[in-house]
Design a protein around this ligand. Structure first.
Ligand SMILES: Nc1ncnc2c1ncn2[C@@H]1O[C@H](COP(=O)(O)OP(=O)(O)O)[C@@H](O)[C@H]1O
Ligand SMILES: [Mg+2]
Length: 239
């Protein structure tokens, strides 16, 4: 397998605070990889550092065979990465339709219409709510919209930051089911950041554990789920 994304020794800082302490991580073409870790571990920072903000202070980030470590964010995104950020960040006053179009910025209108149909097949609820303002959607619907908007750029690598945050278990299953279906049907590569370790490790082909800015464990989803340290730290009482 070829690595679509490869991080080597990546560090990142907020002023004097070091949030990433030399992260090595790979995401192969066609994989779902999850990064689990508790609140404050540095998961969102890692996601944002891949996109160039904050910038990695040292280490290297390679995407699709080229070094993107120093590229401006817009240039990184132009190469086929799309991000659904933590907290969804949809436009609350815009309709579902307008929010989706924001994700298609710069693309031909015909292509955007085609992509929207694919997103409606994945999340039929969005089609029913097309004219509704983003801010009035339920949490689960807003998450579907955030993922849909990210998909509008036709990414090769989808970065998802805590899609399950604050959602009821049934809605989490729907969202994760849609991610699995996307990956299975289109081969889309996914890097999924989650505190919800049980669901994320069940979905992912492989996973990494981030503790205090450093990777402490890596392995297949089932292997990590079976580790007693993981069970004790992340899964006790989770299901
Ligand atoms: N904008 C910021 N300025 C200063 N410190 C930050 C900022 N964002 C995050 N941090 C700190 O960096 C660390 C990692 O945060 P974050 O990446 O958000 O963790 P996670 O997503 O795993 O919860 C935390 O200690 C957090 O307080
Ligand atoms: Mg976070």
């Amino acid at each position: 397998m070829t690595a679509l994304l490869r991080l080597h020794g990546v560090t990142a800082f907020y002023g004097a605070i070091q949030a990433l302490k030399g992260v090595d991580l790979e995401v192969n073409q066609g994989e779902i990889v999850t990064l689990i870790g508790s609140n404050g571990a540095g998961k969102s920072t890692l996601m944002m550092t891949i996109c160039g903000n904050p910038r990695a202070r040292s280490g290297e980030i390679h995407y699709d065979g080229s070094d993107i470590t120093q590229l401006p964010t817009f240039e990184i995104m132009r190469r086929g990465l799309a991000q659904s950020p933590e907290g969804r960040r949809i436009f609350p006053r815009m309709s579902v339709h307008e929010n989706l179009l924001m994700g298609a910025y710069g693309r031909a209108p015909g292509e955007a219409a085609e992509d929207m149909e694919r997103i409606f097949a994945l999340f039929p609820r969005l089609k029913e709510r097309l004219a509704q303002r983003g801010g009035t959607l339920s949490g689960g619907e807003q998450q579907m919209l955030a993922i849909g908007r990210a998909l509008m750029s036709r990414p090769r690598l989808l970065l998802l930051d805590e899609p399950s945050l604050g959602l009821a278990p049934l809605v989490v299953r729907q969202i994760f089911g849609a991610i699995r279906e996307l990956n299975r049907a289109t081969g889309l590569t996914v890097l999924l950041v989650e505190q919800n370790a049980f669901q994320a490790l069940r979905l992912a082909h492989r996973g990494y554990v981030l503790v205090n800015g450093a990777i402490t464990m890596a392995g297949t989803g089932p292997a990590l789920l079976a580790r007693p340290e993981i069970r004790a730290a992340y899964l006790e009482g989770a299901h």
